[in-house]
Design a protein. Structure first.
Length: 70
């Protein structure tokens, strides 16, 4: 099961940065919501990134419209 938050390696892959201060600048410029933990590390919700980049979940909230052929 995937974690609720992106891992350190995933943050590096997303931002191409290893220092948290640089990651924060990149996340801000990309419009990705994040929180800074008390230890200075960055927390990014996996679901937010999935939504932002168009990842489709298994459930569609909006049913596809079908015309009435009658």
């Amino acid at each position: 099961m995937d974690s609720m938050f992106l891992t350190d390696e995933e943050l590096t892959g997303l931002t191409c940065k290893q220092r948290n201060s640089a990651r924060i600048r990149v996340l801000n410029s990309m419009g990705i919501q994040h929180k800074i933990r008390p230890d200075g590390s960055v927390a990014v919700l996996r679901a937010h990134v999935d939504r932002l980049f168009g990842e489709k979940s298994g459930k569609s909230k909006i049913a596809e419209w079908q015309p009435s052929w009658v």
